[in-house]
Design a protein around this ligand. Structure first.
Ligand code: SF4
Ligand code: SF4
Length: 243
């Protein structure tokens, strides 16, 4: 789908925010490792690629701009799974667990090589998730199945590590540092469309390909956009926020 000039301005602004984040996160990581810290993320480490991912429509537009037809088809199939999961899950925890265990890896992940096939245009959440402890703890099921002693050891390690928030093993400063990307997306969406759209990565990326949906967004008509998402079967109040 051809993007409009305001959409192009918006995606360029998000891309610049990604670049600034990469520079700042790189500098932080160099300082951290020079002081003896370890970032456990490695190329080909994929356990975080089965998490639900929340994005702005601005980020989704940028991702979609670089995907081919096969990838977009896979995103659409995944979006339908996400909506089904949201409609039938009894709680956020059930939604989250089923997403990881049953829906599984992102279709943009090459499961043979462990590479992200959309690396340059992956969303913010995929950029700012780093682990201060072994990737073992990122694997689905690990934290849920720790025995009491293992849980105590995990808690001790997390609290002792200066890069965490003391609650989980993810690196808090690198996550906090992405805040300006969200701010940029918010500002750009408001300027371009007079409204914001946030939600699931695969659902929003799929919605970017629908002309009537994007026309409604570009006209700043939240109710019309919502109605169109409903018609497409891509609406759930927990999954998509328009307004
Ligand atoms: S966050 Fe965890 S699963 Fe993801 S790359 Fe880092 S260590 Fe691997
Ligand atoms: S976009 Fe890339 S990094 Fe993000 S979940 Fe998908 S495969 Fe993983």
């Amino acid at each position: 789908m051809t993007s409009s000039p305001p959409d192009q301005r918006l995606t360029r602004a998000v891309a610049r925010a990604y670049e600034r984040y990469a520079e700042q996160a790189g500098a932080w990581t160099r300082r951290f490792t020079a002081q003896g810290g370890t970032v456990h993320c490695r190329s080909g480490c994929v356990h975080c690629c089965d998490f639900p991912v929340r994005v702005s429509l601005a980020e989704a537009l940028l991702t979609a701009s670089q995907l081919n037809g096969t990838q977009l088809d896979a995103m659409r199939a995944r979006a339908a799974q996400v909506i089904r999961n949201a409609r039938t899950a009894g709680s956020w925890d059930e939604y989250f667990q089923r997403h990881r265990r049953e829906i599984g890896y992102c279709p943009l992940l090459d499961q043979t090589t462990g590479a992200c096939t959309a690396y340059d245009v992956r969303p913010t959440r995929c950029r700012d998730t780093f682990s201060a402890l072994s990737a073992h703890y990122c694997r689905v099921g690990t934290l849920e199945h720790l025995n009491r002693q293992e849980r105590a050891e995990y808690t001790r390690e997390v609290r002792a590590n200066p890069a965490t928030d003391g609650l989980s093993h993810y690196i808090a400063p690198l996550e906090d540092m992405s805040e300006p990307v969200w701010t940029t997306a918010t500002r750009e969406m408001r300027q371009a469309w007079g409204m914001e759209v946030w939600g699931d990565f695969w659902v929003l990326t799929t919605l970017t390909q629908d002309g009537p949906f994007m026309d409604a967004v570009r006209a700043g008509q939240a109710a019309r956009a919502t109605k169109r998402a409903r018609t497409l079967g891509l609406w759930n109040a927990e999954i998509v926020e328009i307004g």
